[in-house]
Design a protein around this ligand. Structure first.
Ligand code: PLP
Length: 350
């Protein structure tokens, strides 16, 4: 290329999202989407919005109605809530706002974890300190508590294994050094027993991120949240696009947030199906750690071959080439029918 590219971007190995086949019919268990449709109220609100809201006008730049609804049920003020174009946008803004690309400003992560964190760090030139969790329990590595970093990203539950760390651990991580920002990524919190809201309220250096892509069945609408002190939220607001959340996404997310009884029921079924799938896979000789997300990580020999063979059968699961993960596949919890089809295919193939 003759035009000089930002060297950080030129050297970047881009984040590779899971496959999203368009058109062909697959049983899709590879990107932790929800197998169930959004609540009927969401469809109604969207239909109404298409008919009655003026799509020729810009949306509310501050998504105030959505943020107020979220704040009310979390016991926060609206200015402690940020709404973004997926939690990926929120995470990207955290890098932009808090990291200046010098060696002093490092990022801390667990290994393994959501791989976007290290891609975003590379993008801003922030060095990454990663702390391996140890097989088989994947407990939190003690040295990470004292990590000399500016921002620590902790997905909790942590994909692709699904371990959730408890409040006492979060408390220690938050209080060790108050100049460190602790981002607790709660993308999968609806499938887990705990959340970090109380810790966030006690500590101004803790931010929670959430998404509507998993438990709210709205991956296609791209909505994510940050919950934090008003000082942190004010900085995110400065760096965001003016109209980062489109009009229909705002409507969909707010109506989904208010339909919590519907989603709680669906999440309960997903948790039951998670137990069913883990048990069935263990019976078939897979090693499956306890997961608190809407996925399980199942280890066995020849995992990559299994992923390829399932794909030929039109069943997509996720295989990662990283050395600590290449002996397993991550499987999203689908409907019971989808999981039975998966198990039948595994019995045929293995
Ligand atoms: C831990 C974690 N955080 C964030 C995301 C992205 O969420 P969103 O769809 O809101 O960008 C994912 C998606 O898989 C995830 O696993």
């Amino acid at each position: 290329m003759t035009i000089r590219v930002n060297p950080l971007i030129e050297a970047l190995a881009p984040y590779i999202p899971g496959e999203q086949p368009q058109g062909e019919r697959f049983i899709k268990l590879n990107t932790n989407e929800n197998p169930y449709p959004p609540a009927p109220e969401v469809t109604e609100a969207l239909t109404d919005a298409i008919q009655n809201c003026s799509l020729q006008k810009y949306p509310d730049p501050m998504a105030l109605s959505l943020r107020t609804a979220v704040a009310e049920s979390c016991g926060l003020q609206a200015d402690q809530v940020f709404a973004g174009n997926g939690s990926d946008e929120v995470l990207r803004l955290v890098f932009q706002v808090f990291l200046d690309g010098t060696d002093q400003e490092k990022v801390g992560i667990l290994e393994p974890t959501y791989s976007l964190y290290s891609t975003l760090a590379e993008m801003v030139g922030a060095p990454v300190l990663s702390f391996p969790t140890a097989w088989p329990e994947h407990s939190f590595p003690e040295e990470a508590i004292k990590a000399p970093v500016k921002v620590f990203f902790l997905a909790n539950p942590n994909p692709p294994l699904g371990v959730q760390y408890d409040e006492e651990l979060l408390e220690r991580l938050a209080s060790y050094d108050r100049r460190r920002l602790i981002v607790v990524d709660e993308a999968y919190v609806a499938f887990a027993p705990l959340n970090a809201l109380a810790v966030m309220k006690r500590h101004k250096n803790v931010m929670i991120t959430r998404t509507f892509s998993k438990s709210f069945s709205l991956a296609g609408m791209r909505v994510g949240l940050a919950l934090a002190s008003r000082d942190i939220i004010a900085q995110l607001n400065k760096a965001k696009d003016s109209y980062n959340l489109n009009a229909l996404s705002q409507v969909a997310a707010e109506s989904a947030w208010r339909a919590d009884a519907y989603y709680a029921g669906r999440s309960r079924v997903i948790v039951e199906n998670r137990q069913f799938l883990a048990d069935q896979l263990r019976l078939r000789g897979f090693v499956v750690p306890e997961s608190r997300g809407n996925f399980v990580f199942a280890r066995r020999t020849n995992a990559e071959e299994l992923y390829q063979a399932l794909k030929r059968e039109k069943i997509l699961v996720r295989w990662f080439s990283a050395p600590s993960l290449r002996d397993g596949v991550r499987i999203t919890i689908g409907t019971r029918e989808e999981l039975n089809e998966l198990l039948t295919a595994i019995d045929r193939l293995v």
